[in-house]
Design a protein. Structure first.
Length: 160
């Protein structure tokens, strides 16, 4: 394979990401403060407890670095990593992970999403936006993806 083809191949996921996701996301801002991350996670956990769902909750900064994490008792073990992955995906790609899920479930046109390293195509990761800037993201895992997203949204709502 020639150097030109290799370059195109390496840039393909970035190009497909832009086409697939279409909208212009908010710019990055400063990192979420620990107290705000804890507040968002507490709201997500409260929503989970209210509905008797066991969840793992992760809050990351714009770089995807973990700021706060908690796992409720009896949460399935696999959800521990998935919550962090959802939060990182939402922060790094500046979009809710539901965007990837919806695109993937739309059929073969959504398959390029699978080429995006770190993109989690499962609902439950949402960017945290303050004053029009992404300050991090929250990821929740432990139940169905729509329940995960419901809890994540409770965390997002604390920043409004």
């Amino acid at each position: 394979m020639c150097a030109h083809m290799k370059s195109l191949f390496l840039l393909l996921p970035v190009f497909l990401s832009a086409l697939a996701l279409g909208q212009t996301p908010a710019p990055y801002g400063p990192s979420i403060a620990l107290d705000a991350a804890q507040k968002a996670a507490a709201a997500a956990a409260a929503e989970a407890r209210k509905n008797n769902w066991n969840m793992a909750i992760a809050v990351v900064d714009p770089d995807g670095t973990l700021v706060f994490y908690e796992k409720m008792d009896n949460t399935q073990l696999g959800s521990a990593k998935v919550a962090v992955d959802k939060a990182r995906s939402a922060a790094l790609f500046k979009r809710p992970t539901k965007v990837f899920q919806d695109r993937l479930t739309s059929g073969s046109a959504g398959l390029p999403i699978l080429a995006l390293e770190g993109a989690v195509p499962v609902e439950g990761g949402i960017p945290l936006i303050l004053d029009g800037h992404i300050i991090g993201a929250i990821g929740v895992s432990g139940d169905s993806s729509d329940h995960d997203a419901q809890c994540a949204q409770a965390g997002v709502d604390t920043l409004k």
